[in-house]
Design a protein around this ligand. Structure first.
Ligand code: NAD
Length: 479
């Protein structure tokens, strides 16, 4: 499939005529092309957005809400197509895209379509001398940069509130996974006025960087790696742009001795290996209280070894391929390092050898459990982003909190316990944007979402998204 940029309601290739290959991660074969856009294409998209921005900002919120709901309806009508494309592009199981990514994209539009209809800003009477009130106004043209692991979910998480608040958008999806953004552009092209939503494909260092540096884009919402987030902060700083950074994670998953073991094993496996461990929220550092280590790990190892590796389109596949060869190399290098450092690989650790012929060129890796890793290993610190979990015991809950907080990241953590007061205490003391208790990765769109430390700056979700995608102005009248 040949993807084209979507600028001002029209489809076009990059002005340079260059394209990038899009590879199917399950086979390693080329399956299409996408524009290798540069600053020229990005500027065209920004100009198109500026032409559309004023009228869109003045469109009544009820009408914006209606159009966003229409987008949600169309995604719902084509849900299976979206799930298939997401599976093809990312390598995630299609059932997962159908159960999580696509419904979430629909919810993102419906949620913000509803939210703007009930939005309130405050009014203040200062003893009869002054009347003050707030206006929430659009920021203008917003740059939305998204990663490859949850392409549709995260693009719509940004786009829906951005448009709802009356802004125009220039989206820059990951160059590795353009397919669902393209399908979304087909839907949007029928519903939104030209230029309100533009999508430019290309590499981060060219297309992404041009968007970040352009003075006509006062807001950047970025989800991706911490190193990229730092670059974006540096390059946007001279223009003091509004920034939201959702970055990497190395999340602790803590199993206490009083946990429901069956639920904790099941939840910890999902947390470690869903989407082949390529979710920023993955519980890649597993801490198990020493009293239950043997019984918990026996079940954990057995169930991990039984996870079905296979074709992302098959209903019984749990582990699809990694997104590309680079991600697999990074994971294999981490496994080799762990072995060199004296750790034990107790499950997996290899490229699977029994896959059907058509998947042999895919970027597959067995789900891998690493135990007895030295405390000083930098594998505890660095995000691997593959189907790998490192496991360690702890004696007391405060020890687990200490280990959890040693990370420079602070995106999320999970705690498995039946003791409610312990759960509250641990949740309070763990340094993370989100702490789950007896669950993982569940999130209502109303709650604040974001990271602390190197996992990001800012919060999105609910009112936080409305705040980020708007400027609050105070009007003060003398009476
Ligand atoms: P990445 O940082 O390489 O790329 C993300 C996006 O940024 C892509 O669209 C890319 O083209 C673009 N980009 C790259 N360099 C750029 C630059 N200099 N200027 C502007 N744009 C640039 O990340 P990735 O490999 O696509 O995604 C994986 C990372 O994303 C992981 O670290 C993961 O933890 C993180 N992530 C975080 C969250 C969260 O909510 N915190 C969610 C999903 C993924």
């Amino acid at each position: 499939m040949k993807i084209l940029n979507f600028i001002g309601g029209e489809y076009s290739g990059a002005r340079s005529g260059k394209f990038l290959n899009n590879t199917n991660p399950a086979t390693g074969e080329a399956m299409g092309e996408l524009p290798d856009s540069d600053a020229v294409d990005v500027v065209m998209a920004i100009q198109a957005a500026h032409r559309a921005a004023e009228k869109w900002a003045k469109t009544p919120s009820a009408e914006r809400s209606r159009l966003l709901n229409l987008i949600a309806d169309r995604i719902e009508q084509r849900a299976d197509e979206f799930a298939k494309l997401e599976a093809l592009d990312v390598g995630k199981p299609k059932w997962l895209a159908r159960e999580v990514d696509v419904p979430r994209a629909i919810l993102n539009f419906r949620f913000f379509a509803a939210k703007i209809l009930t939005e309130e800003t405050g009014g203040f009477d200062s003893d009869g001398a002054l009347v003050q009130y707030s206006l929430r106004q659009p920021v203008g043209v917003c740059g939305l940069i998204s990663p490859w692991n949850l392409p549709l979910y995260l693009l719509t998480w940004k786009l829906a509130p951005c448009l709802a608040m009356g802004n125009a958008a220039v989206c820059k999806p990951s160059e590795l996974t353009p397919l669902t953004a393209h399908l979304l552009s087909e839907i949007v092209s029928d519903i939104l006025p030209p230029g309100v939503c533009n999508i430019v494909y290309g590499r981060g260092e060219t297309a992404g960087a041009a968007l970040v540096q352009h003075p006509g884009v006062p807001l950047i919402s970025f989800t991706g790696g911490t190193d990229t987030g730092i670059k974006i902060t540096q390059s946007s700083a001279p223009q003091l742009k509004k920034l939201s950074l959702e970055l990497g994670g190395k999340n602790a998953n803590i199993v206490c001795k009083d946990a429901d073991l069956s639920a904790a094993v099941k939840g910890s496996i999902r947390a470690a290996f869903l989407n082949s461990g390529q979710i920023c929220l993955c519980g890649s550092r597993l801490y198990v209280q020493e009293d239950i280590y043997d019984s918990f790990m026996k079940e954990f190892r057995e169930q991990t070894a039984a996870l079905k590796i296979g074709d992302p389109m098959a209903d019984d596949t749990f582990i699809g391929p990694l997104v590309n060869g680079q991600q697999r190399e990074k994971s294999l290098a981490a496994i080799q390092q762990a072995t060199r450092e004296g750790a034990k690989v107790t499950v997996g650790g290899r490229v699977p050898e029994t896959l059907p012929q058509q998947l042999r060129g895919g970027f597959y890796l067995e789900p891998t459990v690493i135990e007895d890793l030295d405390h000083c290993s930098d594998l505890w610190a660095n995000e691997i982003f593959g189907p790998i979990v490192t496991v360690q015991t702890f004696k007391l809950p405060q020890d687990a909190i200490k280990w959890a907080n040693t990370s420079t990241y602070g995106l999320s953590a999970s705690v498995w316990t039946r003791d409610v007061s312990r759960a509250h205490k641990m949740a309070r003391e763990i340094q993370a944007g989100t702490v789950w208790v007896n669950t993982w990765a569940k999130r209502d769109p109303r709650v604040p979402f974001g990271g602390v430390k190197h996992s990001g700056i800012g919060r999105e979700g609910g009112d936080h998204s409305l705040d980020f995608y708007s400027e609050l102005k105070t009007v003060c009248l003398a009476t």
